[in-house]
Design a protein around this ligand. Structure first.
Ligand code: ACO
Length: 442
């Protein structure tokens, strides 16, 4: 099969959000801490009517309908998520209920978990299945998403929620460049979820930020080495046209982009764009470079024009929704596609950086070889973003503490108002005395 990659995609995000300006006031932090310091405008969240299963059901059912796809024609379904409600039963098996009517029970693939990275691994698996001798000619679905919630405190405004669904197969307009992939994995305790009774992660914020950048350095260099091996002369950021990053909050992406320019400087310090860069940065040890604020600022300034062109368009959903862990990088892709004229994208290369704490990261790329206008039309992002419900910080906190108190409940009836969900949303109807969840659709 030729041109394996993403044939279609859609996203789902909850209808309720809290405004970050309001949240700054409510939390009594300095003005600009969340909006400028983190670069966030709005944060999506779910009440007790939605869980990881319901949001995945919503995105799969609306995706199949919008793109007029036949459930019988799916031969693989992969789920990437770190929102775990069951230590054994996968989210994938819940999604099989959507396939029941079609009679299609022959679908390989299962859940993949490691922080925000599971979606990327699921996508690689699906593409590699199509490329393998195990492929039976049908298409694959990759579903990834999370409900990203933090305990109240400084990490809380970096939450969010969302889920993406992608159709993978041959003859795709967004072709995965198989050989061009740089991966970096190591053991680190930066963000993890050891308390199985809680929805919240245990986070070492400053360490997570450095781990992200460390993984980016290594994955990017490995990617650049691969494209050089394939014949690209003098490879650098300019060998790509767009760059999409995992976005825990958009300020981190500004720093990540600048870090790539710094890596290009280390590779080729005599390049004219670096004429004014202090030479001492070249001799700085990698370890101390992570916390050198002057270095960071210098490269943020140099990178501004390129950042605006290559990456800013991919941050629309991230700014308006927040982090969605495994789905974040794909929401970035959806934003980029929606912000560009399909004809401008044709022939372009889109770099992707996926980071999951713990840690696992890959830098890889897509080549746009076909028309993506139908995807953009179906995504309809701006209209959907503007059709949301703004909730006050007080109400947001009430909903969050109710979620916290009822997490892992048995024989439970959710109380959230179903009329406030988007049309056709799946929601949790009840949990019975054997923890069995029942879902309904608006
Ligand atoms: N106006 C403008 N900027 C401000 C203001 C203000 N009023 N107040 C603070 N800032 C800036 C700070 O100077 C700082 O900037 P810098 O990053 O350039 O140094 C930035 O806002 C963050 O403020 P801090 O006080 O350093 O950190 P904070 O206590 O707000 O915590 C953190 C930020 C660590 C990211 C926290 O939100 C967190 O732990 N989030 C979860 C972990 C996370 O997202 N990690 C990222 C990678 S891993 C993953 O994806 C989960």
């Amino acid at each position: 099969p030729e041109n394996i990659g993403i044939r279609a995609m859609d996203v789902y995000f909850p209808r309720k959000y809290v405004d970050q300006v309001e949240l700054e006031k409510h939390d009594g932090v300095s003005t600009g801490k969340y909006t400028i310091g983190l670069g966030q405008e709005k944060m999506s969240f779910c009440d007790d009517r939605e869980d990881i299963v319901s949001i995945c059901m919503t995105v799969v059912s609306t995706f199949m309908k919008k793109f007029k796809l036949d459930y019988k024609n799916i031969g693989r379904l992969e789920v990437g998520t770190e929102t775990i409600i069951d230590k054994s039963k996968s989210t994938k098996t819940f999604l099989m209920s959507l396939f029941k009517e079609s009679g299609n029970f022959s679908i390989e693939g299962i859940d993949t978990t490691n922080a925000c990275y599971g979606g990327t691994s699921a996508l690689f698996n699906a593409c590699q299945w199509v490329d393998s001798r195990a492929w039976d000619g049908r298409l694959a679905l990759v579903v990834c998403g999370d409900i990203a919630v933090y305990a109240s405190g400084n990490a809380r405004p970096s939450g969010g929620a969302g889920v993406a669904c992608m159709l993978v197969g041959p003859n795709a307009p967004l072709v995965l460049e198989f050989p061009f992939r740089g991966t970096f994995m190591e053991h680190v305790y930066d963000f993890y979820k050891p308390d199985l009774s809680s929805e919240f992660p245990t986070v070492d914020g400053p360490l997570s930020v450095v781990s992200y950048i460390r993984a980016l350095d290594f994955a990017y260099r490995a990617y650049i080495d691969k494209i050089e091996l394939a014949g690209v002369v003098n490879p650098s950021l300019l060998s790509l046209d767009y760059l999409v990053f995992h976005s825990p909050y958009t300020k981190q992406v500004v720093k990540a982009f600048a870090r790539l320019i710094y890596n290009d400087f280390l590779r080729n310090p005599s390049d004219s764009q670096f004429a004014d860069v202090p030479r001492e940065f070249f001799n700085e040890s990698r370890e101390s470079s992570y916390t050198n604020k002057v270095l960071e600022k210098t490269f943020i300034n140099i990178s501004k024009p390129l950042f605006e062109k290559m990456t800013a368009p991919s941050l629309y959903l991230a700014k308006n929704i927040g982090n969605m862990y495994t789905a974040s990088v794909f929401f970035g892709l959806a934003s980029l596609l929606s912000a560009s004229k399909p004809s401008e994208l044709l022939g372009r290369r889109i770099g992707m950086f996926s980071y999951g704490s713990g840690s696992a990261a890959s830098f890889y790329s897509f080549k746009v070889v076909g028309d993506i206008s139908q995807i953009v039309k179906n995504l309809d992002l701006e209209a959907r973003i503007n059709d949301r419900i703004c909730v006050s910080p007080n109400q947001f906190e009430e909903i969050m503490s109710h979620r916290e108190n009822t997490h892992n409940s048995v024989a439970y009836k959710p109380v959230g108002d179903v009329s406030e969900l988007f049309p056709e949303t799946y929601y949790l109807e009840s949990i019975d005395s054997m923890y069995r969840r029942e879902y309904k659709q608006v």
